[in-house]
Design a protein around this ligand. Structure first.
Ligand code: PHB
Length: 390
């Protein structure tokens, strides 16, 4: 007994000494779990998000609310089947303070479920899953990007109202993002009197487009709307042009079709119209400084994903400042983020009650290596947040 007592005392004492040491050195590091695709068709998107996030943290001297940042990375492979296990590594094994992720809507829904159950902070830097800021919305879940609906509804209205298209076909990968974006396009297009005559899909992340392109060529709709992104978007836009369809049936998309992809798409993308919450020629002071800093740091031009990563870090900074680095204060964190207005490369950033950005959706046209704004397709557009009870 005596021996046990002594050992316990020694352990307790050393724990005290350790704690005192940590205190003397200032706050503990803030653990940020980066769950992103670092392999597969969305790899470049994951990398751009991480770059953007790190750029903002570096601009703050490597600290947020006085806490240094420790990054823990998980490659989610854009695979929903592995998502719960992957996110639980960050929550249970690494005990991160905040999770930043991800790109793929199906993976993000599993992450939102786990974050909600464990009351872990989650900032989504891309995935547009309508459910995440709809029925699954929560005090501890935020999005720095867009909802799938928000990205594509305005393209439908422009194609019908402004361009006078009467019939359209949609084509996408069969999963939440593709389905929600093509349905939002349909909603906007049909509200303005158009008719979506067929919705084509193929499994994610397949790129065997030939049979579907043949079907489009023989159906001859007035327009086609597509959602693809990353490596798949490069291949789709090139195949569409190689089939000669770009000469006969205008191709529209949510802006992911041509964002971060123009070097690889080359001539095939020229003249395409898309809608998105960012463009390459906004000429806002914040955007200019962001683009210059990003290009200098990474020897790469930024894209929408880089902006979303940067703004995920801004959301974290706003919330952390309000709670002085104490992530357990979820209500105060959320209240601060919700009333914040900060400067994003895309323009002034504000959040709706469901924690999704309220933002201008630009109409863009590909010219050379840039998605240039040619107008605003929807001004200060919120997501309808159907089913969110916050
Ligand atoms: C999504 O799965 O929500 C997603 C993926 C890539 C994008 C946009 C949305 O570019």
């Amino acid at each position: 007994m005596k021996h046990t007592f002594t050992r316990r005392s020694a352990i307790a004492l050393s724990a005290l000494v350790l704690a005192a040491g940590a205190h003397a050195q200032g706050a503990e590091k803030l653990k940020v779990g980066l769950m992103l695709p670092f392999s597969g068709t969305y790899t470049a998107l994951g990398v751009a998000i991480e770059n953007g996030f790190r750029l903002y943290v570096d601009e703050q001297g490597g600290k947020l609310a006085g806490r240094e940042i420790e990054f823990i990375k998980v490659d989610d492979e854009s695979d929903p089947a592995k998502a719960t296990e992957n996110v639980n590594k960050l929550i249970r094994r690494d005990k991160v303070d905040v999770i930043v992720g991800t790109v793929h809507s199906g993976v993000a829904m599993a992450m939102a479920r786990a974050a909600k159950e464990s009351n872990t902070l989650l900032i989504v830097p891309n995935a547009g899953s309508d459910a995440v800021t709809g029925p699954m919305c929560a005090q501890n879940i935020f999005r720095s990007s867009f909802s799938n609906w928000q990205s594509s509804y305005p393209m439908g209205t422009v194609a019908a109202r402004q361009d006078g298209k009467k019939t359209a076909m949609t084509i996408t990968w069969k999963y939440a993002a593709g389905e929600e974006m093509t349905n939002a396009f349909k909603e906007g297009f049909e509200k303005e009197g158009g008719k979506v005559v067929k919705q084509l899909t193929l499994p994610f992340p397949n790129v065997e487009f030939q049979a579907l392109l043949t079907e489009i060529a023989s159906a001859k709709p007035d327009a086609v709307f597509a959602f693809f992104a990353g490596g798949g978007a490069v291949k789709f836009v090139k195949d569409y042009a190689a089939a000669g369809l770009n000469k006969t049936i205008p191709l529209y998309g949510s802006g992911f079709l041509t964002d971060g992809t123009l070097d690889a798409q080359g001539d095939a993308a020229q003249g395409l119209f898309t809608t998105l919450h960012y463009a390459d020629n906004l000429e806002l002071p914040k955007d200019k400084s962001f683009r210059a800093a990003y290009a200098k740091a990474f020897k790469l031009q930024p894209d929408v994903y880089a902006v979303q990563g940067y703004d995920a870090a801004q959301i974290l900074r706003v919330g952390l400042d309000a709670v002085k680095g104490d992530v357990s204060k979820k209500a105060e964190f959320a209240a601060a983020v919700q009333k914040a207005q900060f400067d994003s490369p895309r323009g002034t950033f504000t959040m709706s009650r469901s924690h999704n950005p309220v933002q201008d959706i630009y109409l863009r046209k590909v010219e050379g290596k840039e998605n240039k704004t040619v107008g605003v397709a929807a001004k200060a557009l919120p997501d309808p947040a159907r089913g969110c009870k916050l």
